[in-house]
Ligand binder design. Sequence first.
Ligand SMILES: *Cc1c(COP(=O)(O)O)cnc(C)c1O
Length: 373
Amino acid sequence: MARQNVPPLDLTRYDEELKREISRRVLEVFETGRFILGPANEDFEKAFAAEIGSAHAIGVSSGTDALLVSLMALRIGDGDEVITTPFTFFASAGVAARLCARPVFVDIEPDTFGMEPDRLEAAITPRTKAIQPVHLYGQCAEMTPILEIGKRRGVPVVEDACQAVGASYGGRQAGTMGRMGAFSFYPTKNLGGAGDAGAVVTDDEETARLLRSLRLHGETTRYHHSRVGGNFRMDALQAAVLAAKLPRLKAWNERRRAIAARYGELLGAAEREGKVALPKEAAGRRHVYHQYVVRVANRDAVREKLSAAGVGTSVFYPVPLHLQECFRELGHREGAFPVAEKAAKEVLALPIFAEMRDDEVESVAEALVEAVA
Ligand SMILES: *Cc1c(COP(=O)(O)O)cnc(C)c1O
């Protein structure tokens, strides 16, 4: 069989039925003329809350703003501390810094890339106002001990579920275990909009009310502001696109899991020979493979070989957050979070997207086996 060129992902593979459903809902928004917080937003919020199994979903402008407004709802500000991991997308720590709070890092577990619960308690101080674990690549962090520590120490948990829509942990959905869960609908995420969008879910009525107010500049009634919020609204056009796509989410995540299983079969021998480490799905956790991330020792060389073979890969993330220039004043040196630092040198994300074909999966695996030989 001829080897294919395979992109890291392809956002143009929409089938005709989905395109029709998106067009219908987008046109409906034009017909109602309600482009901001209209019926399309309400429909999507209801459907998303039901899908996730949460009492409330609040649509917002991005995953970053979902995290930011969650921390604002906890009244986090100057001098406070927010615990997260150093091996994640920048926003996970950036939001705390934007509120003049200090991001405090806890190293990750090597197999799941989630927060290491054994290191969490030592990072808690009287200033800790939130614990913000990240469900990286589509697999939940080890939530039972994280939630237990949060409860015992009186610190709320905000889940960064931006990469994990539809993932679960012991049967509980990502985003529903903490006080709030933040989701991103960035186009490349497992549920992607046609632009920027995000959502916060919560079971707490009072928190939901506060989030709805904060996304509207802290308005309580029109032009009366009880708090300073921001413009964190989701566009109605994004809500329309997302509502059209939401019924497909389960099948798309299943397809991602099937691709991951196929990679596992095709790359199993290379793993047994110690040439590559494949992603591990921990017991009781349902991974939705936002990314399929392998580890290889000579990552950059392997990546070049794959590129020469026509296979597009990505590195999430090459620089851990504690070593970012903007966080220099936190005073971390290389060696502070060794598990994250090692991951940053070894991880390589293979192509994975729901519309990927079996022959493409095979081409990628074949190219990787050759590249690590
Ligand atoms: C994508 C992502 C975000 C931010 O989402 P945006 O919609 O891009 O603002 C935050 N955290 C993690 C872990 C993400 O992957």
